[in-house]
Design a protein around this ligand. Sequence first.
Ligand SMILES: [Ca+2]
Ligand SMILES: [Ca+2]
Length: 301
Amino acid sequence: MRRTPKLAALAACSALVGSSFLLAGAATATTTETSYWSMNESNVGDAAVDSVGGNNGVASGNPAPAHSVDVPYSTPANAGSMQFDGQNYFEVNNTLSADFSICAWIKTSSTGGYNHWENAPIVDSEMGGFAYDYGFGIDAQGKLAFGNGGNITQSAQGDQTISGVATVNDNSWHNVCVTRNNTTGEDILYVDGAQDFVGVTGVGNVVDNPKAWIGNGQDGNAQFVGLIDDVRFYTTVISAADVHEVFSPTAPVVDPVVPEVRYDVKTTLAETGGLLNNALVIGALLVLAGSATIVVAKVRS
Ligand SMILES: [Ca+2]
Ligand SMILES: [Ca+2]
């Protein structure tokens, strides 16, 4: 009679003694992410920590942005978002210039104007009059908007603004992104992980204002009143797949470690120890790890 191999039998009665989880499928967007403000600070007046680039946002205004438990997601853990009242803001260094992307979560009822400097600002690096500047916010119709000053043609400079289609000022959380291509002038707006609108604005490095504000603007803007969370800067045009990953991260691939079973066979060896003669087993371990079998024995004669 064919018998079940002993190791197989042992494996069959294996017991789970430990497990762990490995993360895979990390968002490719993170490879070009240069700033990430989680907005998890708990005290009024705290700097908004940029955990990626160290470009911490200095709180300004009275009152300063306040901690809130109203967040767009809770898994992975999200400790808070920031409340803006139309007056306050965080000031960061403007680290965006040529190709770039901006993403954030917003929850607001605010409306803005028709030009990028008039929008209810999410991130704004405006300078008065024509300048190589930009603004990302909400327009007069409650749509997402982005615009900048730049070279519209080879002979003309000016400001241009594009607006999206989806309503984003319904006081519900929305993930909003813009990508800006400095070669073609193409800008793509995304709402909740999906492409919302494609347009064109002028090209040129938008570096005239060395600062950018989160939650406010610097010249004629409407007020942004509401919550902002998870602001991200990228120095590339991130892909639609990257944007979706920002909106809804791929669930981690669960890869449990193969159960490891350890048997102390000291007793068994002792009972059938005729072959051992003068050997004295003082310890023996049979370790099963997946298909591999490792036998470790300590024998003293
Ligand atoms: Ca947060
Ligand atoms: Ca301007």
